[in-house]
Write a protein that binds this ligand. Structure first.
Ligand code: GLN
Length: 243
């Protein structure tokens, strides 16, 4: 009997060891691949600046990168609940998000900009009062646009859908991050970006609050990527200096 128990115990131990190793071998990145040039679909692949940064972090840690593509508003929750290790999605550091998760050191600067049609009377953020504005649900664009006086907000699952609604004349403007804005405007002759930005922000990687070890590993990997010039190299591959 003792022998059987012992065997059962060692089998159990082995199973849990295997389960454990396979889990820690992976680095699960939660993202929303609707945000060019940071993360987007190319054929059947998800590519972009964040994907390459996270791949470099995974390499540094000796772990295999696994990408989980989900709705933008599920990313923080999946990190918070431990379903994903990292949230990497052009995530802006905000006080509100910091209540639930930690952020790494920033790896990029960004702005929220206003996209309008070429003939729009919206020339600055002040002109947004009382307008119908499209945003992507749960983004900082959504949060900050909600504070505009008498605004009517239209929320979309994808930033691209907001831009489409603008081209169809259903809304007056879109508030979205500057780099995806440039990508969308470059695909539409009738759209432009208002000169004055709406907000200034910084992107960082979301890590679960209690996971300081992982946060430290991510921060030291980011520091190395900055020092070696690899971070700039990744960014320059996707964003040309002249646009
Ligand atoms: N930077 C914005 C935010 O964090 C939008 C990010 C995104 O749409 N992926 O809310």
């Amino acid at each position: 009997m003792k022998k059987v128990l012992c065997l059962a115990a060692s089998v159990l131990m082995m199973v849990s060891l295997v389960a454990c190793t396979s889990k820690t071998d992976e680095l699960v990145m939660a993202t929303n691949a609707e945000f060019p040039p940071y993360e987007y679909h190319q054929g059947d692949k998800i590519v972009g600046i964040d994907v390459e940064i996270c791949q470099a972090i995974a390499d540094e840690m000796g772990r295999k990168l696994v990408i989980e593509d989900m709705g933008f508003d599920s990313i923080i929750t999946s990190v918070y609940t431990g379903k994903a290790d990292l949230g990497v999605a052009g995530l802006t550091i905000t006080e509100d998000r910091l209540k639930n998760i930690n952020f790494s050191t920033p790896y990029a600067k960004a702005t929220q900009v206003i996209i309008v049609s070429e003939d729009s009377d919206i020339k600055s953020p002040d002109d947004l009062v009382g307008k119908t504005i499209g945003v992507q649900t749960g983004t900082t664009g959504d949060v900050y646009a909600a504070d505009i006086e008498k605004v009517k907000l239209e929320r979309y699952n994808k930033g691209f859908e907001a831009v489409q609604a603008l081209t169809q004349g259903k809304i007056d403007a879109v508030i979205i991050d500057n780099e995806p804005a440039k990508v969308y405007v470059s695909q539409n002759d009738e759209l432009k970006i208002v000169d004055e930005a709406f907000t200034e922000e910084e992107y960082a990687i979301a890590v679960a609050k209690e996971n300081d070890e992982l946060l430290n590993e991510v921060n030291s990997a980011i520091a190395k990527l900055k020092e070696s010039g690899k971070l700039d190299e990744i960014v320059n591959k996707y964003i040309s200096a002249d646009n």
